[in-house]
Design a protein around this ligand. Structure first.
Ligand SMILES: O=c1ccn([C@H]2C[C@H](O)[C@@H](COP(=O)(O)OP(=O)(O)OP(=O)(O)O)O2)c(=O)[nH]1
Ligand SMILES: [Mg+2]
Length: 153
């Protein structure tokens, strides 16, 4: 069992009163992110539109980890709502408010109200790699084949 990374988090004024993102089940990979829009000012995402939805959260991901902002499958399947830059990358040195770039690929208006669970946050380990500049690469069976080179379906 690995130790649980602890993430310092600030709940900004416009998120006061909202629950912090939480794992909804014991085995959940993601914590659901909630929209920190004003109670009396819901957002309407028109078909084809995108919007940076505030979460009202600023947090410091420990070095060696990243946070990924991913879509929720229910919203995608039912309403065509996705994160445009999926998966969004939250760097460990980012200290600003985390926002969710939601896009409406569906055919209907989509209304976002305060506290709606609009996306999910996955904390994952990352490594930073270094380049070794070489003149040529080793041979492999695949070589430069790709993009369907092994056949379709
Ligand atoms: O869905 C997202 C993606 C990013 N960010 C924040 C945290 C992240 O650390 C920062 C930069 O993200 P990214 O590197 O993806 O954007 P960029 O266009 O490369 O901007 P920058 O030049 O600031 O790195 O923006 C979010 O709040 N939500
Ligand atoms: Mg960047």
């Amino acid at each position: 069992m690995t130790t649980t990374p602890h993430i310092p988090v600030v709940q900004l004024a416009h998120a006061h009163g909202l629950p912090l993102p939480a794992y909804e089940t014991v085995g959940a990979a993601g914590m659901d992110l909630r929209a920190a829009v004003e109670e009396d000012a819901p957002l309407t995402l028109k078909p084809g539109a995108r919007f940076m939805v505030p979460t009202g959260l600023a947090f410091a991901v420990p070095q060696g980890f990243e946070a990924q902002v991913r879509p929720r499958s229910g919203l995608a399947a039912k309403a065509g709502i996705t994160c445009l830059n999926s998966p969004g990358t939250i760097d460990s040195d980012y200290r600003g408010e985390v926002k969710v770039i939601l896009a409406n690929l569906g055919a209907e208006d989509f209304v976002i109200r305060r506290g709606d669970r609009i996306a999910q946050l996955v904390i994952a380990p990352v490594v930073q790699a270094a380049w070794s500049l070489v003149a040529a690469l080793d041979d492999t069976d695949r070589g430069a084949g790709g993009f369907g080179s092994t056949g379709g379906r």
